[in-house]
Design a binder for this molecule. Structure first.
Ligand code: JEW
Length: 255
């Protein structure tokens, strides 16, 4: 997969050199191209922002540098078109489902903004020719789109074939459609069996694989009920067995 990023802070993407994503790049699974937006500004000050039409606080990113920068990236392969992804707090939610969709694309172009965002005509211009997604990584306001891009590249990158070992494939992730039907994962433990007086739950040391699976499911249900009531409410009752119903009713959530 090819990933292009146009930003006034290309150095913000140093984390993509490290760890899982860094390895994927070394292996040639992920081909990342970073671009400095200011390289396409025309004036001596390399200006990329201006005051908003209609008034109001802050500055808006000018359309011309974005248009020229995006055109230059598109020219890298005139036969193909990237999926353009614009991080914004007013976009559609970035979910595991969208991460899987992006992981199936050959080419992504991220356009992280600063200030109050990008002049909307840039999205209109490219949206008429190709897919342009305005995407939010969560209901909080960042100072710019760079961190949102890091979030999305990591979530997408780990889904690419060959990035995760077979040992822990992505198919049983909490939010993978079809996985443990949208239950949160329960707690995890490793050695030693006792640490600062805290013991590992005995069942996990028992070797009873059936009982361990049941315990893990109980913990997943408990954690989902405690932390994410809306996920609990969205569970398909058909996927709940007798034991699940009993536990949930004990927790005060009648079927
Ligand atoms: C996010 C990109 C660029 C995404 C998520 N746009 C905008 C904006 C900003 C502050 C106030 C109002 C609008 C800052 N900002 C961004 C914020 C993405 C930019 C500028 C972003 N939260 N925040 N999920």
């Amino acid at each position: 997969m090819r990933v292009d990023v146009i930003s006034i802070f290309p150095e913000y993407f140093a984390p993509l050199d490290v760890s899982l994503i860094g390895k994927a790049r070394e292996r040639g699974i992920l081909d990342v191209h970073l671009h400095q937006l200011r390289d396409w500004a025309r004036d001596v000050h390399r200006t990329v922002d201006d005051t908003p039409y209609g008034g109001g606080p802050g500055m808006v990113m000018k359309p011309e540098p974005w248009g020229e920068a995006i055109d230059a990236v598109l020219a890298a392969d005139p036969a193909a078109q990237p999926r353009i992804i614009v991080p914004t707090p007013s976009g559609v939610p970035f979910t595991q489902k969208l991460a899987m969709e992006y992981a199936a694309e050959p080419w992504l172009l991220f356009t992280p903004a600063r200030y109050e965002g990008i002049d909307s005509r840039v999205m209109a211009e490219y949206g008429a020719r190709m897919r342009v997604d305005e995407v939010s990584v969560g209901d909080y306001v960042l100072a710019g789109g760079e961190v949102a891009v890091l979030v999305m590249v990591e979530a997408v990158g780990r889904l690419l074939p060959g990035v995760l070992g077979n040992a822990h494939s992505a198919v049983d992730d909490s939010f993978a459609p079809g996985a443990m039907e949208n239950l949160l994962e329960g707690p995890v433990y490793t050695k030693p069996p006792e640490w600062r007086g805290h013991e590992v739950p005995e069942i996990l040391l028992s070797g009873h694989h059936g009982k361990i699976a049941r315990w893990r499911r109980d913990e997943a249900l408990r954690r989902t009920a405690r932390n994410r009531l809306e996920l609990l409410a969205a569970l398909d009752p058909e996927t709940l067995d007798k034991h699940d119903r009993k536990l949930l009713s004990e927790l005060g959530f009648p079927a």
